[in-house]
Design a binder for this molecule. Sequence first.
Ligand code: SF4
Length: 699
Amino acid sequence: IIEIGTPSHSVITTCAYCGVGCQFKAEMRGDELVRMTPYKNGKANRGHSCVKGRFAWGYATHKDRILKPMIRDAITDPWREVTWAEAMEFAASRITALQAKYGRQSVGVITSSRCTNEETYLVQKLARAVFLNNNTDTCARVCHSPTGYGLGQTFGTSAGTQDFDSVEAADVIMVIGANPAAGHPVFASRMKKRLRKGAKLIVVDPRRTETVEGAHYKAAHHLALTPGTNVAVVSALAHVIVTEKLYNEDFIRSRCDWDEFMDYAEFISQPRHSPEAVQMVTGVPAEEIRGAARLYATGGNAAIYYGLGVTEHSQGSTTVIGIANLAMLTGNIGRPGVGVNPLRGQNNVQGSCDMGSFPHELPGYRHVKGPEVRAIFEKAWGVQIDPEPGLRIPNMLDAAVDGTFKGLYCQGEDILQSDPDTHHVAAGLAAMECVIVHDLFLNETANYAHVFFPGSSFLEKDGTFTNAERRINRVRKVMAPKAHYADWEVTQMLANAILEKAGRPTWTYTHPAQVMDEIALTTPSFARVTYDLLDEMGSVQWPCNDKAPEGTPTMHIDGFVRGKGRFIVTEYVPTDEKSGPRFPLLLTTGRILSQYNVGAQTRRTANTTWHPEDVLEIHPHDAENRGIHEGDWVRLASRSGETTLRATITDKVAPGVVYTTFHHPDTQANVITTDFSDWATNCPEYKVTAVQVSPSNGP
Ligand code: SF4
C-alpha cells in the first residue's frame, strides 16, 4: 500500500504517450507529483485512462535523467559537464563552422512526435530561419508519413476525418493494421462499447489481435492476410464494391471527380483484383473478402480506423490511398459514424506533421515551393526561405555517409534505436562532425553525439499536443524543469547563439503561448487557436478559424479540402522482401498495452513488471518443426542481422508468420528489419521481414 497523502493542488494536463490524448489531473503535494487522475472533462477520454498514462509517469523523475549539459570533442572522448552557456557556445560554433566549411545544406534537424507543437514549430523554424535550409524531418517519417501523402493526395489534407465520439454512430467498424486494444486502449473501449451494442467489426490484420474478439463481441470478418499484401486486400474490397455496383453514385457524382472515378472503376474491375485472384497472394479466403466488402458498403455508417500495419510498408502510401478510395466509393465520409481515421501511435504525431516538420512542407501542409506560402513565413520570420525541399532522415544519413551532411540537432528522438537498418544509422551518425542530442536520457543516439542538452518531460513545460482526432490539448507545467530550461527555451538559446554569431536578430519568445500566436498568424487551420481559447473550451479540433471558430469535429462535410475527392489507382506491387528457403518465415511487429515504443519511458517505470522482455510469437506447427518449446530461447535471423529472444507458442499468428514487440533495446528489433521503405515517403517497411527462427542457448 502506498501512502499518497492529501494533494495540495492539481493541474490539468495531457498524457504524453499515445495519440488518444487523454487529459489528467496531475495531483501535487507541494512540488511533488503524487497521482495522475483521469480528468472527467477531458474530451478524448471522459474520465478514462490506461495503465500508461495513469501509472507510467515515474520516468520523469528517474535517476537516469541527465540534468547537466555535456560536450566532448570526439565521440571517443568522455563527456564533460558544462554550463548551459558553454554548451550553447560549443554547439553554435560547430554548426556555424560546418556551414561555413561545407555549405548551408550540410546541417539539419530532427524533431519528435513526443514534443509539443510549439517545440516542433521552433525546431523546424531553426532549420528554415536560422540554418536557412529545409533539412527538417520528424520521427513521423517512420510511422505515419504515408498518411500525409495518401490523405493529402485524395482528400487534400493529412488528418483523421472524425472525432472519437463518431465511433458511437458507426454501424460497421473496419480496423486495418491496428490493434487499438493494445495501442489506443481508451479509444478501444469506446469502440468496444459500440460493438457490444451491435455494430459489426471487420479486422484486417495478419495476427488474431486482442481487437478481433472481446467480451460480448467478435469480428464478423477477420481478414488474416499475409504480411505485405494490404494493397491486394484493399483493392479486392474495392473490386467487389465496384463490380457488384455497391458504390454510392450520388456521392461520387457530387463530391468526387467523376472522370477519375470512371478510370479507377475500369482499373479495379479487372479480374486480377478479384478476391478469388488475390486469394493465393493474400492468404485470405475469397468469401471473407466478399463478405467484408458487402458489409462495409451496405451495413450503414461505416468507419475505417487504421494504424502502422498500413503505413510501415513499401506500399504504405498506396494502401492509405486505397482506404480513402473505399470511403469515397461508399460515401462514408463527411458525417458522424463514418470516415478514415489514422490512429496515431505517439501523443503528437498529428501535431508534428501539422507544424511543418517535413522537409517539403511549411506548417499547415503547404509546399515550400509555393512563393505565396513562403511569403507568409518570410514576413513573419524576416528571412528568405529556401524554395527547395530539404533532406528526409534517410537522406540525411546517406549524405552523412557520403560526406556532405555534417551536423544534426536531434530533439526527443532516438534514431539509432527507432530507425531501420541500425548499422547504416550508426555509420551516418559516426560520419557527422556535430551531433547534438536533446533528450531526457543518454539514449543510444547519444553514443554518437558531441553535445547533449538535457530535455524536459511533459510535466515540466507548457505547450500543446494534437491528438489523432485533430484535438489540440493543453500541456501545462506541473513542476519546474529539472535541468532549468524547458525544451522550447533550449531550442531558442541554440538559435540565438547561432544568430548572434551571424549578427542577425534573435528570437524573443518568453512563453509558448507566443509561439502558438505565431502559429495562428501563419497557419490558416490554426487561425483562431490561442491559449485563452484552449483554457475556455478545454480543447479544440482544427481547423479552428473564422469559418469554424469552435473547431471542426468532422471534416469534409460539404466538400473535400482539395475540392473534389480524387480516386487514384492502387496497383499492388509485391514487396522486395521475400521469404524463401533460407528465410522461410515472415516477421511482423506490434506493441503491447503496458509498454510504449522503444520503452525509453515505460521501461523506467513499474509498467515493466507487466512486460519484462519482448518475446517471439510462433505458430505451433512452425515451433514443432524446429523443436522449439514454450519459453525456449530462439535465434531470430534475417538478411540484415540477428537477435535472440524467448519464444511463445500461439495460434494467434498463422503458420509462416512470427510476431514480436519492440519495446526493449536488448531485442534490437531494428537490427533485423530491412532497409526497404515506402515508395512515396521513405517510411520504413518495419512490418515485413523474412526471417529464420532456430533454437538457441540464449544471448
Ligand atoms: Fe490515454 Fe493513450 Fe495515455 Fe493511455 S497512453 S492514458 S490511452 S493517451
